[in-house]
Design a protein around this ligand. Structure first.
Ligand SMILES: C[C@H](O)[C@H](O)[C@@H](O)C(=O)CO
Ligand SMILES: [Mn+2]
Length: 412
């Protein structure tokens, strides 16, 4: 179907496709660097992946150096319409030096900052509280040993400083998201002690003030991980309270709740108490398995809540998945484009009409509408969005992804 025909089909429902296309072009997605190398990072001394997160698979083409990762990212962005961001983890530093986590500085990320300036791809940041000998027992900020807590507090402080400097360099806000793996494999007897230690460590880490225009602190909760099945210290309730008390952003990772929970439903609930929200859009399969996101009901529901709830302005959309069984660059492209497609569908919905039916308690009309809307020609609008930004769709996309993958398969 042509764009013009599709545009008329939506106009018949009172929807202006041009407005939707303009809105979609303004939604940045923070692409997670760690899909490119299976969450290994570029420190000279490598630890285990740790923290209950693990990429599985051995597809050829893993980025082994910062240059390879940047090349892969540039290719991925060239397949994705719109202007997006890069979410960098601290252990992706790019330097010949070997600073420990409590010694990293802004200069260790200079090549990334330079690249961001050249490409216009702005950075977000994350401290790395895993893959390190001082995190081997899945305790960092909540560790009973004050020396280990201090080590990680220093890491967190330095990351906040680095992120704030990145923000100053790129002229805007950098999200610095904190996730710690801390928890307990078996039933603990002093949950309160662990949570008090985590709270005190976070307080110490957040004590230095930074310009809010350059730094947005976020905290990420989790239900459980491999090796911390009995308790995660930084649970949802813990961080929801912490974010409210301390005015930080709250990060909701779609893989960090019970598999039957509807994470989209949480957006409007937490938005009443928390100003800024960060999403880690992911696809858990039976557990926090971090599969590449599909254009499925969970993603559609998330996008609809963002749009219908008027939450786009105060939500930063980041992705979090890593699959080493398929082309890593294709994984990025598929995942980001699926998030965009879900947002486009939500932007193309006759929102007021749907809400009117619900307010009038006319649930029959609401149901007829939601089901009939599924037949609208979204693909033609998406194809137009890609065409206007010179991005491929369909067979052309498949060919481009395959060609790039073939060019990196001989990496050792
Ligand atoms: C690498 C990320 O920081 C990590 O995936 C974290 O965000 C997470 O979700 C841990 O389960
Ligand atoms: Mn996450």
């Amino acid at each position: 179907m042509s764009y013009q025909d599709a545009r008329e089909a939506f106009a018949a429902w009172g929807v202006d496709t041009e407005l939707a296309l303009t809105a979609l072009a303004q939604i940045p997605i923070s692409v997670h660097c760690w899909q490119g190398d299976d969450v290994r990072g570029f420190e000279k001394q490598q630890g285990t992946s740790g923290g209950g997160i693990q990429a599985t698979g051995n597809h050829p083409g893993r980025a082994r150096t910062p240059d390879e990762l940047r090349a892969d990212l540039e290719f991925a962005y060239s397949m994705i319409p719109g202007k997006h961001r890069l979410n960098l983890h601290a252990f992706y530093l790019d330097t010949q030096e070997t600073p420990d986590r409590d010694e990293i500085e802004f200069r260790h990320f200079a090549p990334w900052v330079e690249w961001a300036g050249e490409t216009g791809i702005k950075l977000d940041f994350n401290p790395t509280f895993f893959a390190h000998e001082k995190a081997d027992d899945n305790l960092t900020l909540a560790h009973p040993d004050a020396g280990i807590r201090d080590f990680w507090i220093e890491h967190g402080k330095r990351c906040r400083e680095i992120a704030a400097k990145m923000g100053a360099a790129q002229g805007g806000e950098v999200v610095n998201n904190i996730w710690v793996p801390d928890g307990s494999k078996d039933n603990p007897v002093d949950r309160m002690g662990a949570r008090r230690r985590l709270e005190a460590s976070l307080d110490a880490m957040f004590a230095p003030a930074h310009d809010r225009a350059h730094l947005l602190d976020a905290v990420e909760s989790k239900l459980f991980g491999i090796g911390v099945e009995a308790m995660t210290v930084g649970s949802h309730e813990f961080y929801l309270g912490y974010a409210i008390r301390n005015n930080t952003a709250l990060c909701l990772d779609m893989g960090h709740f019970h598999p039957t929970e509807n994470v989209a439903d949480k957006l409007s609930a937490v938005a009443l108490s928390v100003q800024d929200i960060l999403l880690h859009v992911s696809r858990p399969m039976r557990w926090d398995s971090d599969h590449v996101i599909l254009l499925d009901d969970s993603i559609r529901a998330m996008a609809q809540e963002l749009v219908f709830g008027g939450l786009l302005q105060r939500t930063r959309i980041g992705l979090d998945f890593f699959d080493a069984t398929i082309s890593r660059t294709a994984a990025w492209v598929i995942g980001v484009r699926n998030m965009q497609k879900a947002l486009l569908e939500a932007l193309l919905a006759p929102q007021e009409r749907l809400k009117q039916a619900e307010t009038a308690r006319d649930y029959t009309t609401r149901l007829v509408l939601t089901e009939e809307l599924k037949d609208l020609p979204y693909a033609a609008i998406w194809a137009e969005f890609c065409a206007r930004q010179d991005r491929p769709t369909g067979a052309l996309l498949v060919d481009s992804l395959a060609r790039y993958q073939a060019s990196v398969t001989d990496r050792g």
